[in-house]
Write a protein of this length. Structure first.
Length: 130
């Protein structure tokens, strides 16, 4: 049987944070998760990071965790190394939410978390993240 939270995330999954540490999603067992792919060079980067920080600050004490996954698959807007991405998010936006390593969210090399999420519920236009 798959170990899942009430929201359906497979808690056996492991991800690497931007520092290269292995993170088991069971750490977030009793949390509400907002899993988002982020970039540093998108025209919406400033507003996205600012709004994510505001949401996290407002709801983190009520059980919200935002898991930020950098992704370079959308117009090559996240070309940096994990260290550069972490420095960017923390220095520029004072990001407090966990920043994970740069991942693919689509295709054969998609991160296991994104493969799981997409297999759980396909979108109207297929299961690729747009």
């Amino acid at each position: 049987m798959v170990s899942q939270s009430s929201k359906g995330v497979d808690l056996r999954l492991h991800c690497q944070d931007a520092r290269g540490n292995d993170v088991n999603l069971s750490f977030y067992k009793d949390k509400v998760l907002l899993i988002v792919n982020v970039t540093s060079q998108c025209g919406l980067t400033n507003s996205n990071y600012t709004e994510l920080s505001q949401i996290y600050e407002k709801y983190k004490n009520q059980g919200l965790e935002i898991l930020a996954f950098p992704c370079n698959q959308f117009g090559a807007q996240e070309p940096g190394t994990n260290e550069e991405i972490l420095e960017f998010a923390c220095a520029r936006f004072k990001a407090e939410c966990p920043i994970f390593g740069n991942v693919d969210v689509n295709g054969e090399n998609a991160a296991p978390l994104y493969k799981f999420l997409k297999s759980s519920k396909g979108g109207l236009f297929g299961d690729n993240i747009k």
